[in-house]
Ligand binder design. Structure first.
Ligand code: FMN
Length: 434
């Protein structure tokens, strides 16, 4: 397979519009502006491209939800990239910013949006500076602004820097933040396609999703759909981190074997170490074990295995790590990032951290594992957005799949504290002290 998004990504000077144009950049936009907008949406639908930000919703279908009425509409690029383990958008924006900008102009044209924004996480200062420069070049070349290339279509593009909150990657929290409010998720429906930024219809997509639009138009939607496997078309940027010898971003064709990604591309764990478990789609995906390494890496296969492809970030954990440490680190992140707007997430993440801390400190009994599992069950599906689920799903999978190790840890830590395995008196029952 030849690379699509990472095609000659390390070409010197690719950030510059002249280099980008020399290799065919902005040709897809020129072509798109001659096609009726409905035709572009049809191409996107034919491509089968599913959103690369986490939920995997088909891009063409989402674009078709934007009303065609001549009213103020918006396009927003989600460049918040805060899911632990995910760093693919960073490389794309840093090395090929015009690919994203070109994709955004085409998407805005397709849905009739005249105002567009890139919401980038505050920590991505280098990438934001590169994008700002690239946007200025695109404006100077007439690709952004009034009456683009004489087409009659006008578009403004603004780069907006976030302040470093994971919740601002959730699309409605992002929109509130962009409006100048505290970034809290909104109750859905209404969905952004109908009522998004400043109450107007808004198409919001991930960086990788939007950057794939120019190649789709160059190849044609149906050609693009031949890449990958059924229901998971195309290529995917996968960020691999954790206990592997060659961490980094890799572009793969969807449907590739997970073993080939983890061992073939990333080199697997160090010599003599084994994969204990791995997160297939960022830290919010339920974990898989070494027994699952031969699963095909695509949306449906991973969903059938009880997990998800998510943002396409694989985190590998080898046998030197304690499952309790990983669960506690993970839960602490989500507790810290919970916006507090809804009770199950605010309280559930806090309780989970307290219970895991108690296990770590040798103050828990195996009964606490049942309570942890039951708290996760009550979080899943009951929150305003899926931040709570993003903690509950992996924690629940860790407790279920590694219960014996949790129990051993509880026993050993209690022994160290001189508590043995005698359950605490009723007045000190764990549930009461939450
Ligand atoms: C807590 C939370 C954080 C999220 N963070 C991101 C993010 O950093 N980047 C992103 O593209 N999507 C993120 N998402 C998903 C977005 O809400 C949304 O689904 C995505 O931007 C849609 O783009 P896509 O259809 O191109 O995938 C997050 C969702 C949640 C619930």
């Amino acid at each position: 397979m030849s690379a699509i998004l990472f095609d000659r990504i390390d070409e010197p000077g690719l950030n510059d519009i002249a280099v980008y144009e020399k290799r065919g950049g902005y040709e897809a936009l020129k072509k798109a502006l001659t096609v009726p907008t409905a035709g572009i949406i049809e191409e996107l639908k034919a491509s089968g491209l599913r959103g690369r930000g986490g939920a995997g919703f088909p891009l063409g279908t989402k674009a078709s939800f934007i009303p065609t009425a001549d009213i103020d509409k918006y396009l927003v690029c989600n460049a918040d990239e805060s899911e632990p383990g995910t760093f693919k958008d960073r490389e794309l924006m840093q090395k090929n910013p015009h690919l994203l900008i070109e994709g955004m102009i085409i998407a805005a044209y397709a849905v009739g949006a005249n105002r567009s924004f890139i919401y980038i996480r505050g920590e991505y200062e280098l990438q934001a500076n590169i994008l700002e420069e690239a946007i200025a070049q695109a404006k100077a070349s007439g690709y952004i602004g009034e009456n683009i290339l004489g087409s009659g279509f006008s578009l403004d593009l603004v780069l907006h820097r976030g302040a470093g909150a994971y919740i601002c990657g959730e699309e409605t929290g992002l929109l509130d933040s962009l409006e100048g409010k505290r970034g809290n998720p909104r109750l859905k429906p209404p969905f952004p396609a109908n009522q998004g930024l400043f109450q107007g219809p808004t198409l919001i997509n991930n960086v990788e999703t939007l950057a794939t639009i120019p190649p789709i138009l160059r190849m044609g939607g149906s050609e693009y759909a031949k890449l990958g496997v059924e229901n998971s078309a195309g290529t995917k940027l996968v960020s691999i981190s954790g206990n592997v010898q060659r961490p980094g971003n890799y572009e793969i064709e969807l449907g590739m074997s997970s073993r080939d990604i983890i061992y073939g591309l990333a080199g697997g764990p160090d010599e003599g170490r084994t994969v204990k478990f791995w997160f297939p789609g960022g830290s919010s995906s339920p974990v898989l074990t070494a027994d699952d390494l031969d699963l095909a890496y695509d949306f449906d296969t991973l969903a059938k295995a009880g997990t998800m492809l998510g943002s396409g970030a694989i985190i590998v954990v080898d046998d030197t790590n304690s499952v309790v440490d990983v669960a506690l680190t993970l839960a602490s992140f989500y507790k810290h990032e919970s916006c507090g707007k809804c009770t199950p997430c605010r309280e559930g993440t806090t309780w989970t951290v307290k219970m895991l801390q108690r296990i770590q400190d040798g103050e828990a009994t195996p009964m606490d594992l049942d309570i942890i599992s039951s708290v996760q069950e009550q979080i899943i599906g009951n929150c305003l957005c899926v931040l709570g689920d993003a903690m509950a799903m992996p924690v629940s999978s860790l407790v279920t799949k590694f219960r014996a190790e949790f129990e051993e840890h509880i026993e050993a830590a209690r022994e160290r504290n001189g508590l043995g395995m005698t359950p605490p008196p009723a007045s000190e029952e764990p549930a009461l002290s939450l």
